[in-house]
Structure formats: C-alpha cells, structure tokens
Ligand binder design. Structure first.
Ligand code: GLC
Length: 435
C-alpha cells in the first residue's frame, strides 16, 4: 500500500536502499557493543545538526548509565531523509527508535501506524508550553504523535545597509521588492533576490508564502478543496517566474538552489534579498561574516491588500512503533525538550525553539537577540496542509512549479494540471484522509 517514495529513478532508489542497509548494519553493531546492555536509542538527523545534539546525547547517557544514544547522520535533503525513514518503517525495522520529523510528516507517518501516540506521556499542561503552531503540527486525528523540538518560519532577509544607503524603505509588496532589487542589483556580481528554486520541499515552502501573499490557497485540510487553479495561484507562480526570467532579479541557477546555496550567496554579500529560515541570522552575525550587522529580516512581501506570510516549518521527535525501547525513546524526548536543552540546541545554532518560555529566556536571548523578533514574525506563519497524503500533494506541486520555472509550461497551465492531479489523488484517498 505505502510505496517507497523516491524521486529520481532507480539509481537513487538503489543508493537509498544501500544507505539504509549501511545504517541498519551500523546500528546493529552499536547495539551489540552497547556498554552494560541497558539499552540504546537511535535517531537519524540532518548532518549539520548532529554536532549540536552530541552534548544532549552525552548528558542523557550520563543520566542513564549503560544507555547509548546513536545519532545517525542522514542525508542533507529533507526529502531523502523522509524516504529513508519511510523505507525503514515500511520494513518494520527497529533501527530507529525515534523519528526526527518535519512538520509535514506527522499525518503520513501517524496514518500509516508507524508512530506511537504520545499524549499519555505529554499531558495537556506540558503541551501548553509549546508554541501552538508547533504543537498542532504534532497532532493527527486528535492524538499527539510528534513533540516539537524546534520551529521554523520563512523569512525575507534584506541588506539594510544598501537599502538605507539608497533611501529605500523595506518593500511591502511584490512589485516594490522587484523595483528595489533591480535598483540595487549588479548581476552577476550582485543579485537582487535569492531563494530556493530546486524541485524539492523547499520550493513548496517558498511558493506557499508567495501564494498566501496573493490571497491564494493550496489544499484546505478540512475540506480537501484545492485552490491551485485560481488566479491568485497563477499570479504567485508568475511572480517567481518573473524573478527568474522576466525581470531577472534572481540568478538562473536559483532553480537549483536549496537553503544553503542561497544563504552562501547572501552571506558572501552577493544578494540584496534572501528568502530563508531563522538559522541564517546567527550565521550572518558571526565575527567573520561580511554581512554582520548589515541585514534586516521580515515576513515575505504581499500583493496590495494581501497579507505577509512565512511558511511554518520545524522539526520534532516521534517514537517509532517498532522501537524496542519506547520507554527510553520517550525519556530522550523529555530530555531534549527541556529549557536547558533548548538553550544548548538553539543558542549555538540560531534555531527557533519550540518552548514558549525559551523566547523569554535571558541566556537564549543573550546568545541570539534575534529570537525576540522571530517570536513576533512567527505570528505570520502559514502551515502546509496536514493531510495524510501530503507527500504526494507536495510531489505534484513541486513538479509543476519546477516545469514553469524552467520555462517549459506557462504558470496558469502548470497549476491547472497540478490542481487536476491533486484532486484526482485526493479523490482516490477520500475525505477520510483529512485530518
Ligand atoms: C526547513 C523547515 C522544514 C522544511 C524544509 C524545506 O528544514 O524546517 O519544515 O520542510 O526546510 O527544505
């Protein structure tokens, strides 16, 4: 029933399965070698996050003698890690006790029966300590399956120094953004606007906030109504196409960029505007950063009369239905979601914490004064639809957005086709798919 979702043909499928086999083999070894045999918990993380989780894992091991925490480094791409977890869970493989999940995975993984419900372990008074949007992203059909560790919200960064120097206020509409970017850019040395245009989940995030700014919608999770063939949806895609090829404020390569490619260009002082997540702020303020003290951040601009939005992102932990040590897995979640652990994880990285009280914490605010602003910009968060078939809906949208960006399909036609395919897919799934 649930097929392994791989996007780039059989070569990737083989590579993914080989990586999974390697991970499983590595996990087995760790299990046998676990000192004292009191147990082991394993979780796969993005490679960049692993160093920041290490102190949390070591603290947990100290508090639980004989227990080993395996922090397994997965691939960089969100989509590939989802594929790996999916393949493992489909095979009822106990290698991962914990699933480190994007906001969009909860429904699919919970609907498939791959996760243990957690509301017994985290009663309402504990859940009230989490940001409402992050908490909601862990719920499926009234039950809790994912505890938020960190949250994300899409932001528009800009070169405050350049805008001020040229007498521009930060733009508030899409047209103003293009106008200011054109005035300040000097391509290819300096581009106007960089973002995530590659065919992957990040492109959907970028599109969703532009779509919201034009007053459009994607899929209503309650009714499964699809809004992609409405004029607002076409206008939003036309804006991205315009940035890349009509009023080219974005480099042609933007269609291959993920978060880091776009951040590097901005951080090297080669872009006026950047769409990205909160982690960028902390890196931009490092001692050796050429843009230190020179940037501002706000939510994405909007159409006249529209509203600014930032796509809700974020990561949290669920417990695999196939874990042999769910008790330890829950204990580890508790450990990494305390205020002290949020200080460790978010202070250093600039990630936005999931705990409400963390936004008032003086230690965290001292490490990252931008936190205060992120907390306020979080109010503009717009969620991707929490439907069990989210991955398929995202695949369809990614494909058609990408075709339009590459110039292969006019925006309105691409989205009409995306709407048709989405309706067909959801129609088959039935209304029961809605959360
Ligand atoms: C960030 C967000 C996540 C999103 C991903 C897209 O990691 O937290 O929600 O899906 O970027 O690349």
């Amino acid at each position: 029933m649930h097929r392994l979702r791989l996007r780039r043909g059989s070569g990737l499928r083989i590579a993914t399965l080989a990586l999974l086999a390697g991970i499983a083999a590595g996990c087995g070894g760790a299990q046998e070698g676990g000192a004292g045999g009191a147990g082991r918990v394993a979780v796969m993380l993005p490679p960049g996050e692993r160093p920041f989780w290490m102190p949390l894992a070591r603290d947990f091991e100290r508090a639980h003698p004989g227990v080993t925490v395996d922090l397994i480094e997965g691939p960089q791409s969100t989509d590939l890690r989802e594929n790996l977890y999916t393949a493992s869970l489909l095979a009822r493989d106990p290698s991962f006790d914990l699933v480190y999940m994007d906001v969009t995975w909860t429904s699919k993984f919970a609907a498939a029966g791959w996760l243990r419900p957690l509301e017994g372990a985290f009663p309402p008074q504990e859940r009230d300590r989490w940001l409402p949007a992050a908490r909601e992203a862990g719920m499926f059909r009234g039950r809790l399956y994912r505890v938020p560790v960190r949250t994300d919200v899409g932001l528009l960064y800009y070169r405050r120094d350049w805008l001020e120097g040229a007498g521009y206020a930060p733009p508030s509409t899409f047209d103003e953004l293009v106008r200011v970017a054109r005035a300040l850019e000097d391509p290819p040395r300096r581009w106007g606007f960089v973002w995530q245009g590659k065919q992957y989940e990040g492109l959907v995030c970028d599109y969703l906030e532009v779509l919201t700014g034009f007053g459009g919608t994607w899929v209503d999770p309650a009714t499964l109504e699809v809004g992609l063939d409405r004029p607002q949806a076409a206008a939003a895609l036309e804006f991205l196409v315009r940035c890349r090829s009509v009023d080219p404020i974005s480099p042609p390569g933007v269609a291959t960029y993920q978060e880091e490619e776009s951040r590097r260009l901005f951080q090297d002082g080669r872009a006026v505007f950047l769409r990205n997540w909160p982690y960028v702020w902390r890196l931009a303020q490092r001692e050796d950063s050429p843009i230190r003290g020179k940037i501002g951040a706000m939510s994405m601009v909007h159409a006249p009369g529209g509203r600014s939005a930032g796509t809700l992102g974020g990561w949290g932990l669920g417990v695999s239905a196939y874990s042999r040590r769910p008790d330890l897995a829950v204990a580890f979640i508790r450990h990494v979601t305390t205020l002290e652990s949020q200080r460790v994880l978010c202070g250093e990285t600039g990630y936005a914490p999931a705990l409400i009280e963390a936004y008032r914490d003086s230690a965290l605010l001292a490490a990252n004064p931008f936190l205060d602003r992120i907390g306020r910009l979080h109010a503009n968060a717009v969620a991707r639809p929490g439907i069990a078939r989210y991955a398929l809906a995202s695949d369809i949208l990614q494909r058609h957005l990408s075709a339009a960006l590459a110039g292969g399909e006019p925006a309105a036609r691409a989205l009409r086709e995306a709407a048709r395919e989405t309706r067909l897919m959801l129609g088959r799934a039935g209304a029961a798919e809605a959360r």
